[in-house]
Design a protein around this ligand. Structure first.
Ligand SMILES: Nc1nc2c(ncn2[C@@H]2O[C@H](COP(=O)(O)OP(=O)(O)OP(=O)(O)O)[C@@H](O)[C@H]2O)c(=O)[nH]1
Ligand SMILES: [Mg+2]
Length: 493
C-alpha cells in the first residue's frame, strides 16, 4: 500500500449566517448528497484517471470522468479539535433527513455542531474527510471584540444606535442615549436601559446585536424562541429583564467618553474582558480553523425587513473580514494566538450565499445573485487579497419550481418525480421590484420601505414545504448547491 493511500485529507468548512438563514437545511442536503453520491444529481467535477506507464506507451489515455464520493460513513463523536477549542456536538444527520422526508424542516439548532463524513473521492487515492461546522452567525456580532478595547466597542455601539433610521429609532433607544448624557448612572439603570434598547431593535427584526448573548444565550437559546409573544406584543421590559448582556452576573453595556474616569466604566471594561475571553475567542476559533467559510443569507428576509437589516448583513461580513485579518492579532499583542486558541486564520475561501433562492421567481435568480454580489463588495472590502471570495445564489432544498413563461405559475418540486406530469398551479409569486434593475443589473436602492415591497394579498413564498421525491434514498432537489460545494471543497478549477 502506498503512503498516499494511507493519507486522509481533511476539508473543514464553516457554514454560518443568522438564525433561519438555512444552515441546518444546507448541511443536511450536502450531507445527504455526499452520503449517497450521484454525480448526475450532485456534480463534484471531473478527473482524468491515471494510466499505467505501459498503456501510456501504447498511446492510451483515459477520458475525463465524473468525480464520485463513495464508501462514505458518518464519523460520530469525532475527536474534539486538539487545539483548546471547546468540543462541538455532533450534527444529527439521520434525524434531520427523517424530518425532511416527512415534509418538515429540521428543527432549529441551538449550538455549534459539526457533521463529519469520511469516504473516498475517485480523484484522490487516500481518504477524504469533510467536516461541516454549523456556526451561529449572531456570534460574529462579537467578532470586533476580539481586538477592540471596551472603549472602542462602546463608541461603535453608540454610533450604531445613533445612526439607526426611521421606525428603528425607538423610544427605548432614545431613552438609553439620553441616559448617557447624565453624569451619574447606576449599574442597574445602565444595564436595563441598554437591554431595553437592544430588545426594541430585536423586536424590529434586527439580528445583529452586540453582545450577542442578548440574541443567543450561552446555551444557544434564542431570544425569539423564548420571548416571541412578548416581542410581537411590545412587552419589552420583561424580555429585557430576562436577557443577559454578557456573562451571567457579569453583564456589561457601553458607556460614552464622558464616563471614562468613572468607577462604572472600569467595572464594565473588566466584564467586557471576561466575555471576550470566554465567549468571543471560542466562537471565532471555530471559524478560523476552517479552510472555507460559507456565509448564508435569507435574502427575502432582508428585502421584507428594510435597509437596517441590510446593514446588519453587511456588518456581519465586515466582522468576518476583520476577524480573518492576522495583523489584528499581532497588533493585539498576540494575546489570542499565544493562548493556543486561534493561531493564524486558515480560511482561504469565503462564499457569500443568497440561500433559499427557490422562494424567488426563477426569472429573479440572477438578480438575487447581483444583490448578494453588491453586499459582498461592500462587506468584504477589507478581506485579505489572498482569500478567494465568490458569490452564489442557491437553494439547498428546492421546494418550488416556477415557470419563466408566467410569473404566477409554479409547481411543488416533488410532483416532478416519478415521471408524473407536471401540474403548474396558480400561486402568488412576488418579484424583486423592477425599479431596482438598471442596465441589466440589479442593485440595492439607497432606501426602501419594507411594506411597499411584495405588497398585495399574495404570499411571498412559492412553496414552503420540503418535499422529497417519493422513493427510497431520494435526495433533495437543489439549485446550485453542488457549484457552491465545489468552491468550498477547493475543486472549482
Ligand atoms: N424554500 C426554502 N426554504 C428554506 C431552505 N432552507 C431553509 N429554508 C427555510 O428556512 C428555515 C430555517 O432553516 P434552518 O436550516 O433551520 O436555518 P438555520 O440557519 O439552521 O437556523 P437556526 O438553527 O435557527 O440557526 C426553514 O425552516 C425553512 O423554512 C431552502 O433551501 N428553500
Ligand atoms: Mg440550524
Amino acid at each position: 500500500m502506498r503512503i498516499s493511500q494511507l493519507a486522509t485529507r481533511t476539508c473543514r468548512i464553516g457554514i454560518t449566517g443568522f438564525t433561519k438563514a438555512g444552515k441546518t437545511a444546507l448541511i443536511t442536503s450536502l450531507g445527504a448528497h455526499l452520503m449517497h453520491h450521484d454525480p448526475n444529481q450532485f456534480n463534484l467535477g471531473t478527473f482524468r484517471p491515471r494510466v499505467a506507464l505501459s498503456s501510456r506507451m501504447r498511446g492510451e489515455s483515459h477520458r475525463e470522468r465524473p468525480v464520485r464520493f463513495g464508501a462514505v460513513k458518518v464519523v460520530d463523536g469525532a475527536e474534539p479539535w486538539k487545539d483548546g477549542v471547546d468540543g462541538v456536538s455532533d450534527f444529527r444527520l439521520p434525524k434531520a433527513l427523517g424530518e425532511l422526508r416527512s415534509g418538515r424542516w429540521p428543527a432549529r439548532t441551538t449550538e455549534t455542531s459539526k457533521l463529519v463524513l469520511e469516504g473516498r473521492l475517485s480523484s484522490w487515492r487516500g481518504k477524504t474527510r469533510f467536516e461541516f461546522v454549523d456556526i451561529p452567525g449572531e456570534r460574529f456580532g462579537d467578532c470586533g471584540m476580539l481586538t477592540e478595547s471596551y472603549e472602542e466597542w462602546s463608541r461603535q455601539r453608540l454610533q450604531e444606535l445613533e445612526e439607526l433610521g426611521g421606525e428603528f429609532q425607538t423610544a427605548e433607544i432614545n431613552a438609553f442615549l439620553q441616559l448617557l448624557d447624565r453624569d451619574a448612572i447606576s449599574e442597574e439603570e445602565l444595564l436595563e436601559a441598554y437591554k431595553l434598547a437592544q430588545v426594541s431593535r430585536a423586536s424590529h427584526r434586527h439580528r445583529f446585536i452586540s453582545p450577542s448573548s442578548i440574541m443567543l444565550d450561552r446555551d444557544g437559546n434564542r431570544l425569539w424562541d423564548r420571548h416571541g409573544d412578548d416581542l410581537r406584543n411590545g412587552r419589552l421590559l420583561p424580555v429585557a429583564r430576562a436577557v443577559c448582556s454578557g456573562l451571567e452576573d457579569r453583564e456589561f453595556a457601553p458607556l460614552s467618553r464622558r464616563h471614562r474616569n468613572s468607577h462604572l466604566f472600569s467595572v464594565m471594561a473588566e466584564r467586557y474582558g471576561a466575555y471576550q475571553r470566554e465567549i468571543v475567542g471560542k466562537t471565532v476559533a471555530h471559524a478560523m480553523k476552517c479552510e472555507a467559510l460559507a456565509v448564508l443569507y435569507d435574502l427575502p428576509h432582508i428585502l421584507l425587513s428594510g435597509p437596517d437589516v441590510y446593514s446588519d448583513a453587511e456588518f456581519l461580513l465586515k466582522n468576518i473580514a476583520e476577524s480573518l485579518e492576522p495583523t489584528r492579532y499581532l497588533s493585539a499583542g498576540l494575546r489570542w494566538v499565544t493562548r493556543g486558541r486561534l493561531g493564524i486564520p486558515a480560511v482561504s475561501r469565503v462564499a457569500v450565499v443568497a440561500n433559499q433562492i427557490d422562494r424567488f421567481h426563477c426569472s429573479d435568480y440572477g438578480y438575487a445573485k447581483d444583490l448578494v454580489e453588491e453586499l459582498a463588495e461592500q462587506g468584504l472590502g477589507s478581506l485579505r487579497e489572498n482569500i478567494t471570495r465568490k458569490c452564489f445564489a442557491v437553494s439547498a432544498i428546492q421546494c418550488g419550481r416556477s415557470t419563466p413563461d408566467d410569473p404566477r405559475l409554479a409547481v411543488p418540486v416533488d410532483s416532478n418525480a416519478g415521471g408524473r406530469v407536471q401540474q403548474y398551479l396558480r400561486v402568488g409569486v412576488h418579484r424583486i421590484p423592477e425599479t431596482w434593475y438598471a442596465n441589466g443589473r440589479c442593485r440595492w436602492p439607497a432606501g426602501w420601505t419594507p411594506g411597499e415591497i411584495f405588497s398585495g394579498d399574495e404570499s411571498f413564498f412559492i412553496f414552503e414545504k420540503p418535499l422529497l421525491p417519493p422513493y427510497r434514498n431520494a435526495l433533495p432537489c437543489h439549485i446550485g448547491l453542488d457549484t457552491l460545494a465545489r468552491f468550498l471543497f477547493g475543486v472549482d478549477s
